[in-house]
Design a protein around this ligand. Structure first.
Ligand code: AMP
Ligand code: MG
Length: 488
């Protein structure tokens, strides 16, 4: 028997001390034969958990939701959300927050099981998840983390030994998700709609304490909360755009207050540069297309601002004015982060007004010649413009001369520019065909070696090593566009 000390659980459950309005307590919903499929050992160590002890039967029973860990306090969180623009009551329909782990560095992380069974918020769903989508979340969230993008992380995936029914029968699994919290825009929407002012204030104070303690003493701390969430989301979404990440389902319930990427459902990385790119099979109107993400970010934050109105000023008109003021800054903030990132991708340190034109003309050529997003920047980094028709076009040659002239006007050396580009242009991203290949081997054959190799390569996206070469190649062109499905 492994005792608590050996695994290292160290829970403190502030969420369960909030009023019952915010959640429902849960009891275990056991699965028949849990087995550890993947374990993130470095993350376990960061959390203060012992990776070896996590492989024990007792620990796996916890990761499967069969047993409550000592000090844990399982619950399902209540939240609402705008899904594709429509407001609905949601909540954790297939997730269980088991506790908040305090790490040896005194950081606090939610430990949540995804796919852990039905809850009072399940509506018609079975509360379960399939192995493929849980492994997919594991791969992509860890790749995002390695790319330096704020995100929830994945500690483990266990198979349940049970079958779940979707279009076909699929093996069931549970993902252990680690997040700096699971507070969402939708948590505020829920509270604004169904709670009293007191509850809204409690939630806002809770969010401040967890994510923005530095604003606690501000004159209007709720306005500061709004401003800071806007700032973090503007930073986050700019980072998505810079690596070509498409979230796929940017509903307000999938937007965090912490500024972390959450809910890896139909997300995917773009190959060919095209702002209209959509992978999700349910996004028929392209609401969450790559090029739309910054606008949707602003739209979601407007919903957040609306939820906070009663806290911003007692006079409603004044509250609306303040909210609008803040939300209207999102666009510039986003743009500033994006421009800064794009300059870095092109090896540019300082700022010139024409930089934006230089960037935009590269992007429009990439679109015209259907150039691969990641590989174009990679080719520019190595100063080896090959592998795309675009590089032979005379308009590109013109652009290339302008770009070099631009680099020449800064004080930094060519070597420094090259280094900046290496640090900002990933050699590898989780390309869809590579992710599919890894999932297929794991799910169909129980062979996790393909996934492990992929995870290893993705863990150092800026290493630019020869072993990464084979992961940079594009899929064989297909007439059928790549499609992703919500992990339900
Ligand atoms: P998602 O698309 O994962 O963001 O989920 C949207 C909402 O549907 C959330 O409230 C989920 O908890 C709920 N949900 C998704 N899948 C299931 C399922 N299999 N059973 C119950 N609820 C689910
Ligand atoms: Mg969600």
């Amino acid at each position: 028997m492994t005792n608590r000390k050996e695994i290292g659980w160290n829970f403190d459950n502030t969420y369960s001390r909030l009023p019952k309005f915010f959640y429902n307590s849960l009891s275990p919903n056991p699965v028949s034969s849990p087995k550890l499929a993947v374990l993130n050992e470095p993350l376990a160590t960061t959390l203060g958990l012992n990776p070896e002890a996590l492989k024990s039967e007792e620990a796996v029973a916890v990761l499967a939701g069969n047993q409550v860990p000592e000090g844990g306090s399982p619950l399902a969180q209540a939240y609402a959300g705008h899904q594709f623009g429509h407001f609905t009551m949601l909540g954790d329909g297939r997730a269980m927050l088991i506790g908040e782990q305090i790490t040896p560095n005194h950081d606090r992380f939610d430990i949540q099981l995804k796919g852990s069974g039905r809850t009072p918020y399940s509506r018609g769903g079975d509360g379960r998840a399939a192995l493929g989508p849980m492994l997919r979340e594991y791969i992509i969230s860890e790749a995002m983390h390695a790319l330096g993008i704020q995100t929830t992380r994945s500690l483990a995936v266990v198979t349940t030994g049970e079958t779940i029914i979707r279009e076909t029968e699929l093996p069931g699994a549970i993902l252990t998700r680690v997040a700096s919290s699971h507070l969402r825009v939708g948590t505020f929407e829920y509270t604004a709609r169904w709670g009293e002012l007191e509850e809204l204030q409690l939630l806002a104070d809770y969010a401040i304490e967890r994510h923005y303690p530095e604003i606690e003493a501000d004159e209007n701390r709720y306005l500061s909360l709004l401003r800071n969430v806007i700032k973090r989301q503007a930073y986050l979404i700019a980072k998505w755009q810079l690596v070509g990440f498409i979230h796929g389902v940017m509903n307000t319930d999938n937007m965090t207050i912490s500024g972390e990427t959450i809910d890896y459902g139909p997300c995917a990385f773009m190959d060919t540069y095209d702002p209209a790119t959509v992978f999700s099979s349910i996004d028929r109107q392209g609401r969450y297309a790559y090029g739309n993400q910054p606008y949707i970010g602003g739209w979601n934050l407007a919903r957040f601002a609306e939820s906070l109105l009663p806290l911003l000023h007692e006079n409603q008109e004044k509250a609306v004015e303040r909210a609008q003021d803040e939300v209207s800054k999102f666009g510039e903030l986003y743009k500033m982060n994006w421009l800064k990132g794009m300059r870095a991708k092109l090896g540019i340190f300082d700022e010139e007004e024409q930089d934006e034109t230089l960037i935009e003309s590269l992007l429009s050529m990439m679109q015209k010649y259907k150039a691969d997003y990641t590989n174009t920047f990679r080719a520019l980094t190595y100063d080896k413009p090959e592998g795309s028709e675009m590089f032979n076009a005379s308009e590109f040659k013109q652009w290339y001369d302008q770009w070099h002239a631009r680099q020449g006007r800064q004080k930094e050396s060519n070597e420094e520019s090259h280094q900046l580009m290496r640090n900002n242009n990933p050699a590898v991203i989780p390309r869809n065909h590579r992710v599919e290949e890894a999932l297929e081997a794991a799910v169909e054959q129980g062979d996790y070696s393909v996934m492990e190799r992929l995870l290893n390569v993705l863990s150092k996206p800026f290493a630019h090593t020869p072993e990464q070469e084979e992961y940079c190649t594009l899929p064989i062109p297909s007439n059928i566009p790549y499609r992703t499905f919500c992990g339900t």
